[in-house]
Design a protein around this ligand. Structure first.
Ligand SMILES: O=C1O[C@H](COP(=O)(O)O)[C@@H](O)[C@H](O)[C@H]1O
Length: 251
């Protein structure tokens, strides 16, 4: 039984958030490898984590992690090919993967070019194989990196979308009518089962969503990031001053 721990860290700016996220990721990776022989991470999409990924690939930080013992997944993916400008995989590849000594077999991207439904099924099968979990069991990531949208979404769990209610799948194709698209996303039980969740948010446009996610009246359908209140492991929100600007507890 793991103890749930919740932490809000407010830093001066986006650079400080990226620096802190880098140190914390290195620490988690080293600890997981020391204790369990490997570290399985779900990367976040969007733009905020780019600075973290770039730092992880820069020496001397890059050499502090035994990359052959790291497995990388993604929390969500756009329904686009891997070389598309909107691909979360492409962003991570350009920011860090091309410069890391990580075995290609340890990089578990969403095969979004197959179409959302098939990609979700294949990705769930990949997850089950790497974690060795059977039907009804949920994998425990060592670290899940997440962001939050101005609308309160996290991963690709958007407000008022069907994936929010899914409890019997690890990955689903989630129709997002407000964007006119479908995304592939880890489901809430997977996010909630992680040993550690690190949420990065910077900039004033995130302030209201951050406040709703952390302090607002609970309505997960309206603010999906609130599902992290029910996480089983450590949840750390790393915020810059602007993103924390509407938090009463950070004043
Ligand atoms: O968790 C996540 O959060 C972001 C929000 O992205 P950002 O561009 O505002 O940093 C989301 O869109 C992304 O796909 C996801 O993994």
């Amino acid at each position: 039984m793991r103890e749930q721990r919740f932490q809000i860290v407010v830093l001066p700016d986006a650079e400080a958030v990226a620096d802190s996220a880098t140190r914390r990721t290195v620490e988690v990776a080293r600890k997981a490898i020391a204790e369990r022989g490997r570290c399985v991470i779900a990367l976040s999409g969007g733009s905020t984590p780019r600075a973290l990924y770039q730092r992880l690939a820069e020496p001397p930080t890059r050499d502090e992690i035994e990359w052959s013992r790291i497995h990388l997944f993604w929390g969500d993916e756009r329904a686009v090919p891997p070389d598309h400008p909107e691909s979360n995989y492409r962003m991570a590849r350009e920011a860090m993967l091309d410069r890391l000594p990580i075995p290609p077999g340890n990089v578990h991207r969403v095969l979004a070019e197959l179409g959302p439904e098939e990609a979700a099924e294949r990705y769930e099968a990949d997850l089950r194989q790497v974690f060795g979990v059977r039907a009804g069991e949920v994998p425990e990531f060592d670290l899940i990196l997440l962001g939050i949208g101005a609308d309160g979404h996290t991963a690709s769990l958007f407000p008022h979308t069907a994936a929010l209610a899914v409890r019997d799948r690890l990955v689903v194709a989630n129709a997002v009518p407000q964007l006119g698209t479908t995304r592939i996303t880890l489901t809430a039980p997977v996010l909630q089962a992680a040993r550690w969740v690190l949420v990065l948010a910077t900039g004033p446009d995130k302030a209201e969503a951050v406040a709703r996610a952390i302090e607002g009246t609970e309505d997960v359908d309206e603010t999906p990031a609130q599902l992290l209140r029910h996480a089983r492991g450590q949840v750390t929100w790393l915020l810059d001053g602007a993103a924390a600007g509407r938090l009463a507890s950070a004043r």
